[in-house]
Design a protein around this ligand. Structure first.
Ligand code: SAH
Ligand code: SF4
Length: 349
């Protein structure tokens, strides 16, 4: 707006229309005078939400979207995971139109991924390109709009755990976070970014001001460097100790904890002695951390197996007994390939 010779507050009005009102076209930006709207349109500016081109619905309520980016061909994936009321009777405060009490939105940061973890379907795509800040934030706004989420009232968490490695698209990822916090009004304490352990990215992240810094999850996925280098080749570049040292620089908020994600590959990373080793590793790090266990989700062309239910529970119990908080992440939308690591373009267009 300043470049167009307009006062800076015109920019604020436009940002409000885009990120608060989720307007679909320039004519709806009624705070701007008509001549300015015409001028913007005349100069070729376009606004609006990214288009959700396909929707896949799971029996558990999860929805997976293919989100189109306007000027280019590729689609990226975003996921909506509502939590039902689990049969509890309502206290009357919830909205009849909303069959969920809280929900989690998962968005992508890149088209494909260059990291090449052996167990992940997204890796098979390779890196096609980075998403822009607008494309990352746009996925979130498109999903919020679809479910008529009332920001500030409804409990919605946001996870940057879709396709891609956010810390290999750091500037655009953080610019998207700033848009979502400062313009859309979402709280960074309700956001979690997951990284495979890109140390320079973690170092930059540690320097971000708390008011725009999401929480951090590290994909640990192995109990030592030997196994981790097998399943995550990137570990040869940035091994576990380097990651932990970088994470230590983050100034956590009161009660904030780090998350270590741990994908259980049947017979490969789910053994009892490995659970004990993870517990020692987490305790030795001295970090306030919890472990999220994820039973591996299968995908075509990947030669691992899903762990036995008993192995998952035993793994969790070993961690708990060693004083490490541990949770088992419930797989969501497995039937529509929306669960962790299953986001890959499974449709041809
Ligand atoms: N690239 C980032 C974020 C996206 S992956 C990262 O790797 O952290 C999000 C999570 O899904 C990671 O913890 C990853 O280890 C996990 N994941 C990948 N493939 C999976 C699969 N097939 N089953 C279960 N979890 C998987
Ligand atoms: Fe990339 Fe994460 Fe998949 Fe590894 S697990 S290939 S870093 S998306």
């Amino acid at each position: 707006m300043v470049e167009m010779g307009e006062p800076p507050w015109r920019g604020r009005q436009l940002a409000y229309a885009l990120y608060h009102q989720w307007i679909e076209d320039l004519t709806s930006v009624t705070t701007l005078p008509g001549h300015l709207r015409s001028r913007l349109a005349g100069e070729g500016w376009q606004v609006g939400l990214p288009k959700i081109s396909q929707i896949f619905r799971s029996h558990d309520g999860t929805e997976r979207y293919l989100v189109e980016s306007q000027p280019r061909q590729e689609t990226v994936e975003a996921v909506w995971m509502p939590e039902g009321d689990d049969g509890e009777t309502g206290d009357g405060s919830e909205d009849e139109a909303k069959p969920w009490h809280r929900a989690t939105i998962c968005v992508s940061s890149q088209v494909g991924c260059a990291v090449n973890c052996s167990f992940c379907l997204t890796a098979k795509l390779g890196l096609q390109r980075n998403l822009s800040a607008g494309e990352i934030a746009g996925q979130v706004i498109a999903v919020l709009a679809r479910h008529a989420v009332e920001v500030g009232r409804d409990r919605v968490n946001l996870v940057f755990m879709g396709m891609g490695e956010p810390f290999l698209n750091y500037d655009n990822f953080m610019a998207a976070v700033r848009l979502l916090v400062k313009e859309a009004g979402l709280s960074p304490q309700r956001m979690t970014v997951s990284t495979s352990g890109i140390v320079p990215g973690i170092e930059r992240f540690a320097a971000e001001p708390q008011e725009v810094r999401p929480k951090l999850a590290i994909s640990l996925n192995a109990s030592n460097n030997a196994v981790r280098s097998e399943v995550m080749p990137i570990n040869r570049k940035w091994p576990i100790e380097a990651i932990v040292d970088a994470v230590r620089e983050i100034k956590l908020r009161p009660r904030e904890r780090l998350t270590f994600e741990y994908v259980l590959l049947g017979g490969v990373t789910d053994r009892p002695e490995q659970a004990a080793e993870v517990a020692r590793l987490v305790r030795r790090s001295g970090l306030p951390a919890k472990v999220n266990l994820i039973a591996w989700n299968p995908g075509p062309g990947i030669e691992y197996s899903t762990p036995e239910t008993g192995a998952v529970e035993a793994f969790r119990q070993t961690l708990i007994d060693a004083g490490v908080p541990a949770y088992v992440r419930r797989p969501r939308g497995r039937d529509i390939y929306a669960a962790c690591g299953q986001l890959k373009r499974t449709v041809e267009q």
